[in-house]
Ligand binder design. Structure first.
Ligand code: SF4
Length: 457
């Protein structure tokens, strides 16, 4: 017999518990165990005015933003609609069924005001990293670093070639927020001062973003999202937003390693990275200043492709501080005796060793060594020892494991773009990129905690 609905009239009173309607295995329920926002009111108090209308509860705003980043909801307008309808989102935000949802415009006001002034997203990110460490998910022995390009909220139509737009022509009082931030970061190593090379185009809406063709397809405006991860469980231990150029990315790696040591007392034994981080300066900094093993392929332009001897065909005699060439002759820094001894380091950080013209002129190997010059010269970087160590490591079994570990940071970026849908920024300016990257990294760490730490039964 076919049944039919029994109640013809809506009930006058409901007994409803949100707690009972959120499934025990819901992602937000697992994540909630690791979200501790008890200190944020005290943290933000100095940044709110003592007079005027009371603001929206900052804890509610943060919980809503976390829902957005964890569930991949990129629009704040849609986040408010979803939080209105979704019981699990209401439960996570500590909202009852009848509680009103804040207007989406409130996020922007708070983001540019108390949240940014109080560096709240950084504080939140660090508190989650501290929780990961407390849960035993961070070994602290081997880190990996990498950067990924994230499209900026800028397009080619609103951009100008070099020469048609210059920072000096702008009045800081009369420009949008993103342009003001660009002017503020002109001397910052992560942005304006990263390189002297001028990009082909500058965006008027977000001039700190970089016009880049690094993804091999059509060029676009982007920021670089830099991650430093612990390779045990791919926990992001630090995150940094920079201009999308290699110099800024290697600078960010140093900043993040130094900051992780300072904040969490984590001193890694090894750093895994790709060739972009294999410059002599970076390797020297890792090996000589911090004693970190560089599991990094050396960025090396010394290999010759014309069939003549490369510098690796010359043997360095450390004791004599000279090279021995394939013909058995010596290359020295100076052939005449100096009255005042000199180290011989050039401004570019290289020491140059020269063969004797006499040796080369009568050498049978000259055509394979220096066919166009009267004598061969070899340049050795002051951090060549660190480069050699990196070369030795790339030949070892440990490097095979490190190469696999490096994939973990690439997978985090793939997850960021595909699952959390952060393939294009919604906020403009260096601070906008910084906020978005911190929230996304916090969301990724919280998802990892929820997955790896079993719920108490
Ligand atoms: S050409 Fe000069 S540097 Fe090269 S192998 Fe001969 S002697 Fe040595």
């Amino acid at each position: 017999m076919m049944g039919e609905r029994q109640s013809a009239q809506g009930a006058l009173f409901y007994e409803f518990s949100l707690e009972e309607h959120v499934p025990a295995d819901h992602l937000l329920r697992s994540v909630d165990r690791f979200v501790d926002l008890s200190g944020i009111r005290a943290h933000l108090r100095p940044y709110y005015s003592d007079i005027g209308r009371p603001s929206i509860d900052p804890e509610l705003m943060i919980r809503m933003l976390l829902v957005g980043y964890i569930m991949g909801i990129r629009s704040e307008r849609r986040l408010c609609e979803e939080a209105h309808l979704n019981l699990a989102y209401r439960w996570f935000c500590r909202l009852d069924l009848t509680d009103p949802i804040p207007d989406h415009s409130t996020f922007s006001k708070n983001r540019h005001g108390p949240f940014r002034n109080g560096d709240l997203f950084r504080t939140l990110f660090e508190s989650v990293v501290a929780r990961c460490i407390a849960e035993g998910l961070v070994g602290g022995e081997r880190f990996a670093v990498d950067a990924s390009l994230i499209r900026a909220d800028a397009n080619k139509q609103n951009a100008t070639p070099i020469g048609d737009w210059a920072a000096e022509w702008l009045d800081p009082e009369d420009v949008p927020r993103a342009v003001r931030e660009y002017l503020d970061t002109l001397d910052d190593d992560a942005f304006g001062a990263a390189t002297d090379v001028k990009p082909k185009l500058t965006s008027h809406a977000d001039p700190a973003s970089q016009w880049t063709g690094a993804m091999k397809g059509p060029a676009f405006f982007a920021y670089a999202d830099n991650y430093l991860i612990d390779t045990d469980h791919a926990i992001i231990v630090d995150v940094e937003a920079t201009r999308a150029v290699r110099q800024a990315e290697t600078g960010a790696a140093r900043t993040m390693i130094g900051r992780t040591m300072e904040r969490f007392g984590l001193y890694p034994e090894a750093l895994v990275a790709d060739t972009a981080y294999g410059s002599a300066d970076m390797l020297g900094w890792l090996v000589y200043e911090h004693g970190i093993e560089p599991h990094i392929p050396v960025f090396d332009k010394s290999q010759r492709k014309d069939g003549t001897f490369s510098s690796t065909d010359f043997v360095f005699d450390r004791e004599a501080d000279e090279y021995i060439c394939p013909g058995g002759n010596r290359l020295k820094k100076y052939w005449r005796t100096m009255t005042k001894p000199r180290i011989g380091i050039c401004k570019d950080g290289f020491i140059r060793y020269y063969a004797s013209k006499k040796d080369c002129s009568r050498c049978a190997l000259r055509a394979r060594c220096t066919p166009n010059q009267p004598a061969r010269k070899i340049a050795r970087h002051i951090h060549e020892g660190a480069r050699n160590l990196a070369r030795e490591i790339t030949e070892s079994d440990a490097y095979v494991a490190s190469s696999r570990a490096r994939k973990k940071v690439e997978m985090l970026f793939a997850h960021l773009k595909r699952i959390l849908r952060l393939d294009r920024l919604r906020l403009r300016g260096p601070n906008g990129a910084r906020d978005e990257f911190h929230l996304a990294a916090t969301a990724q760490n919280l998802r990892k905690l929820a997955k790896l730490v079993p719920a108490p039964v």
